[in-house]
Design a protein around this ligand. Sequence first.
Ligand SMILES: Nc1ncnc2c1ncn2[C@@H]1O[C@H](COP(=O)(O)OP(=O)(O)OP(=O)(O)O)[C@@H](O)[C@H]1O
Ligand SMILES: [Mg+2]
Length: 199
Amino acid sequence: MDSMKNIRRYQGAVDRGMWERLNGHKALAIWFTGLSGAGKSTIAHEVEKTLFDRGMRVKVFDGDNVRHGLCGDLSFSLEARAENTRRIAEMVKLFLENGTICLCAFISPLRADRLRVREIVGAGDFHEAFVSCPVGECERRDTKGYYRLAREGKIKNYTGVSAPYDAPLDPELLLETEKMSIRDSVEAVVAYILKTSAL
Ligand SMILES: Nc1ncnc2c1ncn2[C@@H]1O[C@H](COP(=O)(O)OP(=O)(O)OP(=O)(O)O)[C@@H](O)[C@H]1O
Ligand SMILES: [Mg+2]
């Protein structure tokens, strides 16, 4: 890009490997994808607390929260959704350089968008966790009351009701929250992270 030609990266003295040694573990990103109400935020925040208690460097990135700040200027058009995803991926990449275990809870319904995140973040650092739950059960939970509004047509393009969800084909983690307890899912994610982030 022409506007970038006079911008050079500054190479600092502190790199990712140094942060990882200081933290005592590698950095990685777990990308929780699934329908609204499937349990992404619930599981991600429980995992965060468990890892924090073990003295690990960890951060949750949550869809609703970034929409308030970093991506507060974006709509829900297809272009804006793609830009939303790009910004999140770039932000996660910065946190990985800082040695952080990034727990990302985003519906991210489109396979193509998740693939783009995998490319930006880097395949070796990106681990997909499919928080799988039948839409009927999500609707029964209806934690935000949005399924009812979507069924009444008051919210358009609602994932699982009036907009598609592409289930991951080969996720690193499968969490079936209709069958597994919250604790089961949290334990599975924590075990995966401890194994994968070991130095
Ligand atoms: N086995 C389970 N695993 C996870 N959550 C469960 C389970 N059983 C019941 N729940 C409940 O389901 C709800 C899941 O809501 P949560 O906000 O975590 O979903 P979400 O995937 O983050 O949705 P959104 O995309 O709308 O943010 C919570 O109220 C949680 O207590
Ligand atoms: Mg959530």
